[in-house]
Design a protein. Structure first.
Ligand code: ME8
Length: 510
């Protein structure tokens, strides 16, 4: 059985979701739906990252306890994903007892294997990025090189993971598996980073400074570093490790049934180092298999700056949804950002992408169905319907190739091109002239059958990105459900009754 385990990052529960979070989650959802369509059994994980100093401070600012804020934000993320029709199987919160148990299990295992040691750390810490920096990195101004905020000087006992021991093995893994990190630019970035000696990784924070986290199983005065805690969520939700195994037997549950290793971790390029360096080395040290692939996409930009909660320039995906519908938002996100590159959000571009959906796909559906109603009393003619055969075949194979290579935007563009070609076919065949010609009945049957068939194929192609609208369209074509891609290859709709209905993508004035 083909099984796929897909993950999004677990987002910080410090604020509400914005368009950037929605992008990653819609991208993962589209892939999940595509894999299901090809017959795979899919596990799709998302959730919230709830520990750490940033969370503690965000809660204090709002006069809340960290768990109160986490409860509120986990609810906000989960509700947003439901509104955006995200088909996740598991929403994991790092404050869950099951996850805390698995984090302890992994730490015990690393401790027992001598992979963790203690030392005194003195250096600079950025709360926003939840990471340490060296004197050289923060410069004379003592600013975080990433977020440019002032850093704090700390001197404290820390536990360290022997990450440096795994540098060579990691480089070897990346070199042996050229498609492990996509796109290639990110892979090169990580290989470049690994040219410098890898430091050991601090994996703890003293409770005197930060109480909100998972207590280290071998030192009750320290909590686990939030990034180590967070990355382990992928293993928790896989069911690989038994959270109740206890210190003597840090162990596996039923390995055969677990979803580990993940097929694909999806995230933004901001957190590629944690996923492509910290995470695999931790897994190597714990003797666990590595995820099969990592996709790091680009950023949504607002007027030259990354869209971010901390910058305050965020767009609310749920507000856009009120005007353009859930599928309108999903389409824009995937169509407008080349998977892997940055993209600028503007209301004008959003509108233009929606127009494409309405004017090309929506218009095709409306023309074809209206003509079947007008000329054939709503019954799809029993004709070969192979007027667009070659275009359908080449589109299906191109789209499958793009999706398998994680070039989702190319799959979207190619699918839309088929709808464009079908609109051109209508213009060329002029069914309105065929209807007037007493000897044109067979030609008209063929035109209408071909259009019904291409629409059925389009429902399959667009299903992963616009699932509600494609289910609706399949219903209007008289189908019980959207065909799979395989069924779409040879589908015939002769004899089915179509239904016109309201426009699939109603006009939006701006
Ligand atoms: O980093 N453009 O959580 P986070 C595109 N908790 N994607 C964006 C984006 C933008 N402008 N802004 C955010 C964390 N994202 C950790 C993750 S995982 C074990 C722990 C998306 O709330 C993108 O996926 O800061 C990015 O990687 C993620 O949100 C960061 O979310």
């Amino acid at each position: 059985m083909n099984r796929r385990y897909l993950t999004t990052p677990i987002y910080y529960a410090t604020g509400d979701p914005h368009l950037g979070h929605a992008y990653t989650t819609v991208l993962a959802d589209t892939l999940a739906r595509y894999y299901r369509q090809t017959g795979a059994e899919v596990r799709f994980l998302t959730g919230t990252d709830e520990h750490g100093q940033k969370m503690q401070e965000a809660a204090a600012k709002r006069d809340m306890t960290p768990i109160e804020l986490a409860d509120q934000m986990a609810e906000s993320f989960e509700a947003a994903w439901k509104d955006l029709n995200i088909s996740f199987d598991r929403f994991l919160r790092t404050s869950e007892p099951e996850h805390i148990g698995v984090v302890s299990t992994v730490l015990e295992r690393l401790w027992a294997k001598g992979q963790i040691y203690d030392d005194v750390y003195s250096g600079w810490y950025c709360v926003q990025e939840e990471r340490y920096w060296t004197e050289r990195e923060v410069g004379a101004e003592h600013l975080c090189p990433d977020c440019k905020r002032p850093v704090e000087f700390v001197e404290e006992k820390n536990y360290f993971f022997r990450m440096s021991d795994y540098q060579e093995r990691l480089i070897q893994h990346i070199e042996d598996h050229p498609g492990w990190i996509v796109p290639g630019t990110r892979r090169n970035e990580i290989l470049g980073f690994l040219k410098q000696p890898l430091q050991d990784l601090s994996i703890s924070r003293p409770k005197s400074r930060l109480a909100w986290g998972v207590t280290l199983p071998f030192d009750p005065d320290h909590v686990c570093y939030v990034w180590v805690d967070a990355l382990i969520n992928y293993v928790t939700a896989s069911g690989l490790l038994d959270p109740d195994s206890g210190p003597d037997q840090p162990g596996f549950t039923d390995q055969g049934n677990s979803w580990w290793p993940a097929s694909l971790h999806i995230m933004g390029k901001d957190i590629i180092t944690t996923h492509a360096v910290y995470w695999p080395t931790l897994l190597m040290a714990a003797d666990l298999p590595l995820p099969k692939q990592i996709l790091a996409h680009g950023w949504w930009i607002m007027e030259d700056e990354k869209m971010a909660k901390s910058v305050g320039n965020v767009v609310d995906p749920l507000a856009l949804r009120e005007d353009y519908g859930t599928d309108g938002v999903r389409w824009y996100l995937l169509r407008d950002m080349p998977t892997g590159s940055d993209a600028s959000y503007t209301p004008e571009r959003f509108h233009a992408r929606y127009d494409e959906l309405a004017n090309v796909l929506g218009n095709l559906a409306s023309r074809a169905i209206s003509m079947i109603v007008k000329y054939r009393d709503g019954i799809i003619p029993e004709a070969a319907g192979d007027g667009l055969e070659a275009d359908i075949a080449s589109t299906l194979s191109a789209v499958t190739g793009h999706m398998d290579a994680l070039r989702v935007h190319d799959a979207m563009a190619t699918s839309m091109d088929l709808a464009r070609t079908a609109n051109g076919y209508v213009d060329r065949r002029e069914p309105w002239s065929q209807a007037k010609d007493p000897s044109g009945a067979e030609d008209l049957d063929e035109t209408l059958a071909s259009l019904a068939r291409v629409l059925a194929v389009l429902t399959a192609l667009f299903l992963p990105v616009t699932p509600q609208k494609m289910t609706d369209l399949a219903g209007r074509l008289g189908l019980k459900s959207v065909p799979t891609l395989d069924q779409a290859r040879s589908i015939s709709l002769g004899g089915l009754r179509v239904e016109k209905g309201a426009p699939l993508f109603p006009r939006v004035d701006r």
